[in-house]
Design a binder for this molecule. Structure first.
Ligand SMILES: *Cc1c(COP(=O)(O)O)cnc(C)c1O
Length: 230
């Protein structure tokens, strides 16, 4: 079942890249496996998926232990400061940094483990009240502080676009995040690059790719609908 869905996602990614005159290699597919059991991740692994996205610390810890160590784990969900220590040496990247306070706590744990952790700043581009993320105006001032932390490397920006019936509605959101990353790049802030734009989910990843996404986070499109009551 996953195999067919993965093929369909792959076809759509390629088509979106073609429309945008982009190379497929510019876009990393993150398979968002939250709530899914180990066997399902193993199935994806056997289909050559090596990049997984999770939003709960405990799930990352459990799945990390149970699955091969050539997997790249991405923390994409809201992160509580007291739980950073459990995943700091397990994840490749934290997509959801939205405050100096959280970054300070990450810096502290990364220092203890003597690792440099890659992060993205989460931006609430759509200004949805229910969502985490920095307001657009807060991004540069936040970056100027976080970029000085020796165990943190800022690699780009992430956004979660609203759930909409027509993905075209999110095109301006993605374009805005991309513009922000270009503006930041022009500032040449130390220890910061803007190579990554993490945007686009099952509903809207094709539009996100057309607008410059370099990481898309696809759950339902690969694994089917989630059951949160398991
Ligand atoms: C769950 C989740 C996704 C994947 O959502 P789908 O609509 O199932 O593709 C992507 N990004 C984040 C931050 C998520 O929490």
């Amino acid at each position: 079942m996953i195999e067919q869905q993965l093929k369909e996602v792959e076809t759509k990614i390629q088509a979106a890249c073609d429309r945008a005159h982009r190379d497929r290699s510019e876009v990393t597919l993150i398979a968002v496996s939250k709530t899914k059991p180990i066997e399902t991740l193993k199935e994806a692994y056997d289909l050559n998926i090596r990049v997984f996205g999770e939003n709960k610390v405990q799930e990352i810890v459990d799945k990390y232990e149970a699955l091969p160590n050539d997997i790249h784990w991405h923390m994409i969900g809201h992160l509580q400061r007291n739980k950073i220590k459990y995943i700091i040496d397990k994840v490749d990247m934290i997509h959801s940094v939205d405050s100096v306070r959280l970054a300070e706590a990450i810096e502290k744990e990364a220092g203890k483990h003597n690792v440099i952790i890659q992060i993205l700043l989460e931006v609430n581009v759509a200004e949805e009240e229910s969502k985490f993320g920095l307001h657009i105006d807060e991004v540069v001032p936040t970056l100027e502080i976080i970029s000085q932390f020796p165990h943190i490397k800022v690699c780009g920006l992430m956004t979660i676009a609203p759930f909409v019936d027509n993905p075209e509605k999110n095109r301006p959101i993605f374009a805005k995040l991309r513009k922000l990353s270009v503006d930041i790049r022009d500032k040449n802030i130390d220890n910061t690059n803007m190579s990554i734009l993490s945007m686009g989910m099952t509903n809207d990843y094709e539009v996100a790719i057309e607008e410059g996404a370099t990481m898309i986070r696809v759950g339902t499109g690969i694994f089917g609908i989630r059951n949160y009551n398991l």
